[in-house]
Design a protein around this ligand. Structure first.
Ligand SMILES: [Zn+2]
Length: 212
């Protein structure tokens, strides 16, 4: 059940989770059309390898950043994008991602914190994972198939987002980014090396920020 509220307020379901499955096409298009697509930073760029700064100003500048992130995510055909992937040192990510039932979720989270799962809720899924900042590479990585992230929306309202399947993977992957971790940092040495080799051998289909 979804509780619909007025314009500027967030809608939450009866368990307090943000409703991010309604009007996805219109909301994503509105952000993307206001925004400007920017090139994507890649592994080795220092901005990807340190914890980002907390968002403290929920102003027009933040709204413009989120618009640019949606535009960039679409250009690069991503399902999630963290601010440091367009070179911005701030804890915010956006997503446009299907869950394990194929339901599309669209939203933005500032200052995300992943909730610890109870051991009985920790079911690992070892699907393939990729990252716009490690272009063209994929590797299998075991992660819990359910995730809850707490944070704030673009206006500073507290939000909690939950995801299953691929969307749970996305929430964990994007939160990792904002703390300076790439998914390849969670791989074995051998798999990490293989991912970097895939990246070196192929050409990304979108514009990247070259490393020095
Ligand atoms: Zn990524």
């Amino acid at each position: 059940m979804a509780q619909q509220e007025t314009d500027e307020q967030i809608s939450v379901d009866d368990e307090g989770f943000v409703v991010d499955t309604e009007d996805c096409e219109a909301r994503e298009a509105a952000h993307r059309e206001r925004g400007t697509s920017r090139p994507i930073t890649v592994v080795g760029n220092p901005v990807l390898h340190k914890e980002c700064k907390d968002v403290t100003e929920f102003d027009d500048e933040l709204a413009r950043l989120i618009d640019d992130m949606f535009a960039s995510q679409r250009t690069a055909e991503g399902v999630g994008l963290a601010a440091n992937q367009i070179g911005v040192d701030l804890k915010v990510f956006v997503y446009d991602c299907p869950d394990d039932e194929g339901v599309r979720h669209v939203g933005a989270v500032c200052n995300p914190v992943l909730e610890e799962l109870a051991p009985e809720d920790r079911v690992l899924d070892d699907s393939n994972e990729g990252c716009l900042s490690v272009p063209t590479a994929y590797a299998s990585l075991a992660r819990p198939d359910y995730a809850v992230v707490r944070g704030q929306d673009a206006k500073g309202n507290p939000v909690k987002v939950r995801g299953s399947g691929y969307f749970a993977r996305c929430l964990q992957h994007e939160t990792d980014h904002l703390y300076g971790y790439l998914y390849i940092d969670r791989l074995s040495k051998r798999d990490r090396k293989d991912a970097l080799r895939q990246m070196a051998e192929n050409t990304p289909r979108y514009e990247i920020v070259p490393n020095d």
